[in-house]
Design a protein around this ligand. Structure first.
Ligand code: WT7
Length: 687
């Protein structure tokens, strides 16, 4: 055992960490708690006046007359891009860096607020010239480059509703999201690179989306290129090796590095740089109603159909702005902030783009992977930019633990003052490692609990204020009212229950896009229209601290990415060789959960390694690499009730290595014996 490991072992016994003695908080917050406890609505109204710049002040705060369709500040008007850009530029902060962009080949681009504003205005005019008006949906499928922020802000400037798709999704998943939201324009990239490889994104997008009736234009950004045709090239053939390099499985999946020109359809497709060059540089921000729709972000639910979570302007921006400054104790004059998420997730929307820009902060935006060109690239970036606040996911921390402390150990991380995590519960050991190895024992850790639906962080320590317990997201932020309920709806004041939020908050989702019915059914049917059902189970301890346990629905959390079992199942079943499939999660040390698929093949086909590779590749193509099953178990039959319903509960037990629950309701109890045996063999083979 190394000295570090011994220290970690010892510290596992420490239940509670008071804020580090040397930490000085810059933003006082105690008064907020008192004000919110007294009158939450008034607290939010004061915060909205204080933190946002309004074109027309609101007189109404919360309208709760038609739950669960709440509105906030509804008669006020503002423009979100003006709040993120113009107000900083006109206050003389135009030369401040908004993003220190770092490319994966070591390139650096510092983008100032003034530059962001200039590009945003031109793109906004460019989009208008393509026929985009307020309320139209614009899809965005871009890698981690500053243009992704410009694209989002340009939409917000003219009241278009953006629909960003995570770069790891396959073009067919992009198609589905564009189709259901009837996107009029898609902003994408010619090619994207990842670890020296290049994906021909535009060509793949064309093949999948070319015939969408509502899609009138595709705007194409020239993505960062590796000098010459540099970088290592990968064979185009799939099926070779463990990770088939398939084209068209997302921005990060490409093959080859050649600087080929993207195919452009005249009249439909337009280069981003040409669009900007031809556009009027002035595009005044138009005042929009507070409840004007800002964006749709698709997230996985209990069915195969992703949910189009809809956020609106003022409430969302207030949540992102307030929590970003208060949770992380951000001082825009001195902090350098870095959130390592992808902009295609809600974390990127709220804590790479909107929160930091609204606060006028300076951030790092990094294009690449955490292990390219080397496993110390993150720590090198922190040292290079003197990052003070770092926000990442527990799964990333666990990967770093596996790689070893020598990588961060090579770098000076003394600029760090606050650390954050998001996406899944953090195990105490990873928390302690983060605390000691990355934070040097001097940085408060904020374990932030929230969801795509909540828009911004709801339960979290406040850096330097809240005493933390490793593994607990601790307490609600000011103005937020969580509670636990038993299965039958009784309040749980200590112990385990279903997490709910009992009062509306400004940044909550307003509905599911064009599907009010599903919105009500999903979140507000179990305990009535005023109680938001989160979908997580949690435990409340004697100090009133929340411990998130995990999802209670058919949602799997792989590396903090939310996937629906039904969505993965339907992708697998769509393969011609497959008769039936059931997908469950198994615990995984690295990724939290991993996907296990139980598959029955059609006819006489045999489940072998080649078939497994084909199915994994098929899922990568339909959804994206992140949805590929970690393990496929071939089954002659799946456990079913007499009425033919697959009993996933039993499959979950097998996958988790638990004792099987009740099997007496099975049509054929022998099925489970075979499956249990196969899972054991698969595990043994692995070891
Ligand atoms: C689900 C929401 C919020 C951005 C990333 C995920 C889980 C999120 C935590 C945390 C324990 C967490 C929950 C939640 N989750 N943060 N700090 N501790 N669990 O957003 O894809 O909407 O997923 O992620 O299960 O319901 P999302």
């Amino acid at each position: 055992m190394t000295e570090l490991e011994a220290t970690l072992e010892d510290m596992l016994a420490v239940e509670r960490f008071d804020p580090p003695a040397g930490f000085t908080r810059r933003r006082p917050v105690e008064a907020d708690r008192a004000a919110a406890d007294l009158d939450a609505e008034r607290f939010w109204a004061d915060a909205a006046r204080d933190l946002l710049t309004w074109d027309k002040p609101f007189t109404q705060v919360l309208d709760d007359t038609n739950p669960p369709f709440y509105t906030w500040f509804a008669d006020g008007e503002l423009n979100l891009s003006a709040n993120c850009l113009d107000r900083h530029v006109s206050a003389g902060r135009g030369e401040r860096v908004a993003f220190h962009w770092r490319g994966e080949e070591g390139e650096r681009r510092d983008v100032t607020y003034a530059q962001l504003l200039a590009d945003t205005q031109r793109l906004a005019n460019g989009l208008r010239s393509l026929g985009v008006a307020a309320g139209d949906v614009v899809g965005i499928f871009l890698p981690m480059i500053p243009e992704v922020a410009v694209a989002m802000l340009a939409c917000a400037r003219i009241g278009a509703v953006h629909n960003v798709v995570f770069g790891g999704f396959a073009p067919s998943a992009v198609r589905e999201r564009m189709e259901v939201s009837a996107a009029k324009v898609l902003i994408t990239v010619d090619g994207a690179r990842r670890k020296g490889r290049r994906a021909e994104v535009k060509a793949a997008v064309d093949a999948e989306l070319g015939d969408l009736p509502a899609l009138e234009h595709i705007v194409v950004v020239r993505g960062p290129r590796t000098g010459g045709d540099g970088g290592a090239s990968e064979p185009a053939a799939s099926g070779s090796g463990k990770e088939p390099a398939a084209s068209g499985t997302g921005l990060a999946a490409g093959v080859g590095t050649g600087a080929s020109e993207a195919p452009m359809t005249p009249g439909r497709d337009v280069w981003y740089d040409a669009l900007l060059a031809g556009a009027d540089p002035d595009c005044p921000a138009i005042p929009l109603p507070a409840e004007h729709p800002l964006f749709i972000l698709y997230s996985s639910g209990s069915t195969a159909k992703p949910k189009g979570i809809l956020h609106t302007t003022a409430g969302y921006l207030l949540g992102a702005t307030y929590t970003h400054r208060m949770v992380f104790d951000i001082n825009p004059d001195t902090d350098v902030y870095w959130c390592s998420a992808d902009v295609g997730w809600i974390t990127g929307h709220s804590y790479i783009v909107y929160g930091p820009l609204s606060n006028g902060a300076t951030s790092v935006m990094y294009e690449g992977a955490p292990d390219y060109p080397d496993r110390d690239i993150w720590w090198q970036i922190i040292e290079e930019f003197q990052v003070t606040v770092f926000y990442t996911a527990p799964t990333a921390i666990r990967t770093c633990i596996k790689w070893g402390p020598e990588y961060p150990g090579r770098h000076d991380l003394s600029s760090l003052r606050v650390l954050g995590t998001v996406g899944e519960p953090i195990n105490p050991k990873a928390w302690l490692w983060y605390h000691l190895v990355i934070g040097g024992g001097r940085c408060p850790i904020v374990d932030t609990w929230w969801q795509t639906e909540t828009g911004s962080v709801l339960i979290s320590p406040l850096a330097g204020v809240t005493s933390t317990k490793p593994g607990s997201a601790t307490q609600p932020l000011p103005g937020i009212s969580p509670a636990l309920r038993s299965e039958d709806g009784e309040p749980v004041t200590e112990g385990t229950g279903v997490l709910v939020i009992t009062k509306p908050w400004p940044s909550m989702l307003r509905t599911l896009y064009k599907d009010d019915k599903r919105f009500v059914e999903t979140y507000f049917s179990r305990f009535g229209p005023t109680t938001y059902v989160v979908g997580d189970a949690a435990r409340l301890d004697a100090d009133g601290y929340y411990w998130i346990i995990g999802r209670i629905d058919d949602v799997i959390n792989v590396s903090g990415h939310r996937l629906s079992t039904a969505e993965v199942e339907s992708a697998i079943v769509a393969h011609e060789a497959v008769a039936e499939a059931a997908v469950v999660a198994e615990p995984d040390e690295q990724t939290g959960q991993a996907i296990v698929a139980f598959v029955t093949l059609a006819g006489e086909q045999t489940g072998d390694a080649a078939m497994e590779a084909r199915l994994r590749e098929h899922v990568a193509h339909r959804i994206g690499k992140l949805a590929r099953p970690r393990r496929i178990i071939w089954a002659d039959d799946l456990p079913k009730t007499r009425s033919g319903k697959i009993m996933r509960r039993l499959l979950r037990d097998v996958a988790a290595g638990r004792e099987l629950g009740d099997v007496t309701t099975l049509r054929d109890p022998a099925v489970m014996a075979v499956i249990t045996d196969r899972v054991r063999t698969a595990r043994d083979d692995e070891e």
